[in-house]
Design a protein around this ligand. Structure first.
Ligand code: HEM
Length: 233
């Protein structure tokens, strides 16, 4: 009887540990990608919107096919990471109600952080997919094309929502991985959470400066918006 119960319990437990590991591994990959991505896009600020530095970097990524191949790979990793994490999401109304009641009652910082993670995950999946589709179907990437996109339709608003969501998600995600896998101890939680907050604010600040640069300073490619598959978004 005992052996049978252990045998039954063993598989799901082992699978769960593996899913958790895959969630962490894809999470770390996406955190590193996002920090690199934000800094590379911010290169447009280096020559005050002239676009020479950004175009040079974009050209390198396309000449080596890293954008053409890397883009779809990033999208698949994003999807996979979402589905791994979604195992624990409260999808049904009563689950959400129970989750909310417990969160308010516990009032523990890490539980609130988890709620932010789950909420931003949905926004990132939808808005991130729209962004990826638009960028990858209108290659090559140039500062003038990015400016044309950001200065048209709803794109600026999309980025103003996506930017804080992604930075919060990435910052909290890095902190949660540290807590969950035991690298951040109870005694150092406050310190690392403070670090994570500061880093998220710095990244949001850099992102906002970049958006201001694209919106007000960079000269847009006038022919570009006619070519994009989602022209009037
Ligand atoms: C290989 C994949 C990707 C490429 C080639 C890429 C490229 C770009 C480019 C060229 C821009 C400048 C704005 C524009 O052209 O519209 C940009 C901005 C942005 N991207 Fe991506 N992107 C990729 C993946 C992602 C992913 C997966 C996310 C999040 C889910 C993301 C979030 C953002 C955000 C928030 C901005 C605004 C940047 C800022 O405020 O500084 N990107 N991306």
């Amino acid at each position: 009887m005992y052996t049978q119960t252990v045998a039954q319990a063993k598989e799901p437990v082992r699978n769960d540990a593996m899913y958790d590991f895959l969630q962490m591994a894809t999470g770390v990959a996406l955190v590193l990608f996002m920090w690199a991505h934000m800094i590379l896009v911010a290169s447009v600020n280096l020559d005050f919107g002239g676009g020479r530095v950004m175009n040079f970097i974009a050209n390198f990524f396309e000449a080596t096919y890293m954008a053409q191949l890397g883009g779809p790979v990033i999208f698949l990793v994003l999807l996979f990471h979402f589905f791994m994490a979604a195992r624990k999401f409260p999808f049904r109304a009563e689950e959400q109600k129970a989750m909310w009641t417990h969160t308010v009652r516990f009032n523990h910082m890490d539980t609130w952080l988890w709620i932010i993670q789950a909420a931003t995950a949905f926004i990132i999946l939808v808005l991130g997919s729209i962004h990826l589709f638009s960028v990858l179907t209108t290659l090559p990437i140039t500062a003038a094309r990015s400016a044309a996109r950001i200065q048209t339709g709803w794109w600026l608003l999309l980025y103003l929502v996506l930017l804080p969501c992604i930075e919060l998600h990435v910052g909290i995600g890095a902190y949660r991985i540290g807590v969950k896998w035991g690298w951040i101890k109870r005694s150092t939680r406050e310190y690392f959470h403070g670090m994570e907050n500061k880093l998220s604010f710095v990244m949001i600040g850099i992102g906002l400066i970049t958006l201001i640069m694209f919106y007000f300073i960079v000269t847009p490619d006038p022919t570009f918006m006619a070519k994009t598959p989602i022209p009037h978004m």
